[in-house]
Ligand binder design. Structure first.
Ligand SMILES: [Zn+2]
Ligand SMILES: [Zn+2]
Length: 318
């Protein structure tokens, strides 16, 4: 694959007619809704496949992000809807997100809003002619989850493999890698480093830093405001961070307030964190708003952070 095979084979600009839901942003420059020409951009892309939470907002799929570089997509989390959002991005011209190319997955933690699309990601790209195994890197427990999904779908897998349908065998294989903090993946283009973050009662919850030839990207997963994120970013190009609106949190019941405070990061806290981490672009995802507006959320961030910040929607590209 070429270094920029997220370009269309027909040479057309991949985004200009595409990603109708997306405001397209490149690097830390200002967003553009229509005129950016990606055919000349050898840049690593951050594609927001799902910016949702456990709340089933029809506009926001479950948590899933794709780093696209060097002709390969690297998925982070596989919340419900991940495969259809990947198809939408692929149809829009990011051909690295074609079904057969979905072979690399990194899982931050095993909460269902980050993993309920795992079965879909194992099965559907295989049916659509993925010919390589799916390599998944995740916390302890990812092997067991993989085994149980494959067992649950044994009848489907059997009839596809041994019925009349043309079907390859390698593409249904899943190689699960249970990770610890440190460098967990490296190829000729990308190095992925995991680090532990605090997320409520979870014993294992990870964030990831991706280093590519042109960009450094940190994805927080679910976490409270963590010094580990500040250190991992420290001037990174893009920090994709979860957040809740304190304005909405103020109206929650005390039991839920305690839970969210112990599990997630408020807009006020994230602004303070970003002021020290100094990302060139801060991307908000997994936004818990509880009736607050995105403008209120962004105002919380800007109390302390005067850098560039955007509140992502599904299929936004940065
Ligand atoms: Zn979550
Ligand atoms: Zn979580």
């Amino acid at each position: 694959m070429t270094a920029a095979s997220h370009r269309r084979r027909d040479g057309r600009s991949p985004f200009v007619t595409a990603l109708s839901l997306a405001a397209v942003c490149v690097l830390a420059s200002a967003c553009s809704s229509s005129s950016t020409d990606f055919t000349t951009a050898d840049t690593t892309l951050v594609v927001m496949l799902g910016t949702g939470t456990p709340n089933p907002d029809p506009e926001r799929a479950g948590s899933a992000t794709a780093i696209v570089t060097g002709g390969q997509a690297y998925l982070v989390d596989c919340g419900p809807g991940v495969v259809r959002r990947a198809a939408a991005a692929s149809n829009a011209g990011i051909e690295s997100l074609d079904m057969p190319g979905l072979t690399r997955l990194f899982v931050t933690h095993l909460h269902s809003d980050h993993t309920a699309g795992f079965a879909d990601l194992i099965l559907t790209p295989w049916v659509l002619e993925r010919e390589e195994p799916l390599e998944v890197y995740g916390p302890p427990g990812i092997q067991s989850m993989t085994d149980h999904i494959l067992a649950a779908f044994a009848a489907d897998i059997d009839v596809r493999l041994h019925g009349s349908q043309p079907q390859n065998e390698p593409g249904i294989q899943v190689n699960a890698h249970e990770i610890e903090p440190g460098v967990i993946y490296r190829d000729e283009t990308v190095t992925v480093t995991s680090f532990a973050v605090p997320h409520g009662a979870w014993e294992h919850s990870f964030a990831f830093r991706f280093d590519t030839p042109d960009r450094s990207i940190v994805i927080s997963g679910d976490t409270t405001a963590s010094e580990a994120v500040v250190e991992a970013c420290s001037g990174c190009d893009v920090l994709v961070h979860e957040v809740y609106a304190k304005a909405g949190w103020d109206r929650r019941e005390p039991e839920w307030q305690a839970y969210h405070q112990a599990s997630h990061t408020s807009g006020v806290e994230l602004g303070q964190l970003a002021a020290r981490a100094q990302p060139k672009l801060l991307v908000l995802y997994h936004q818990l708003l509880w009736g607050a507006t995105e403008e209120e959320l962004l105002a919380e961030i800007r109390q302390s952070f005067d850098g560039e910040v955007v509140s992502a929607k599904d299929l936004d590209v940065y």
